[in-house]
Write a protein that binds this ligand. Structure first.
Ligand code: ADP
Length: 169
């Protein structure tokens, strides 16, 4: 069974095998956690993202998928970039949000990563309601078949931390 851990703070500081980036489909960086990862990790990550775009994802990385790069100057070994679904007035597709967690763990398994840190995907600019996003995240990781030994949810503020804590119980 994969151990679940919750911490408050900045994911760029985590010394784990892989941290997950809530990227956008361009893979060329953005705001929020994406901006923080590229700022702290340096230009190497962006260069690898550009190469991935050129070789495999010319039209952008589809929502719910994940790809890995090295982690530049970050203490982690890899960054796994996944694209969360946008939550709109009429809702969002929970299966796509679940897919971000599942696909990221699948990529982590391919890398041989044993410890993986996730942010609360889609809960920033993409506006997914925090409690629902936390439920999907925790249920999906608990249900995943993976060799990852520990998943750390790194929550940026108290509201996110509390929402995840309610789900983990
Ligand atoms: P999305 O576009 O998927 O909504 P955002 O980056 O806007 O992505 O937000 C996702 C979540 O990441 C939000 O809950 C936000 O508060 C959080 N976040 C922002 N910066 C960091 C960081 N440095 N470490 C961890 N979480 C962060």
């Amino acid at each position: 069974m994969t151990k679940l851990t919750l911490v408050r703070g900045d994911i760029t500081r985590r010394r784990v095998d892989a941290i997950v980036n809530a990227a956008n489909s361009s893979l060329l960086g953005g705001g929020g956690v994406d901006g923080a990862i590229h700022r702290a990790g340096g230009p190497e990550i962006l260069a690898e993202c550009r190469a991935l775009r050129a070789s495999h994802h010319g039209g952008g990385l589809p929502t719910g998928r994940a790809v890995a790069t090295t982690a530049g100057r970050l203490p982690a070994r890899w960054v796994i970039h996944t694209v969360g679904p946008v939550y709109r007035e009429d809702g969002g597709d929970p299966e796509l949000l679940a897919s971000c967690y599942r696909e990221s763990l699948r990529v982590a398994d391919g890398l041989g990563a044993r410890t993986v840190a996730f942010p609360a995907i889609s809960t920033g600019v993409y506006r997914w309601p925090m409690d629902d996003a936390a439920r999907i995240a925790v249920e999906t990781v608990r249900g995943a078949r993976t060799a990852v030994e520990e998943v750390v949810f790194v929550l940026f503020d108290e509201r996110a931390y509390e929402a995840f804590a309610r789900q983990v119980g």
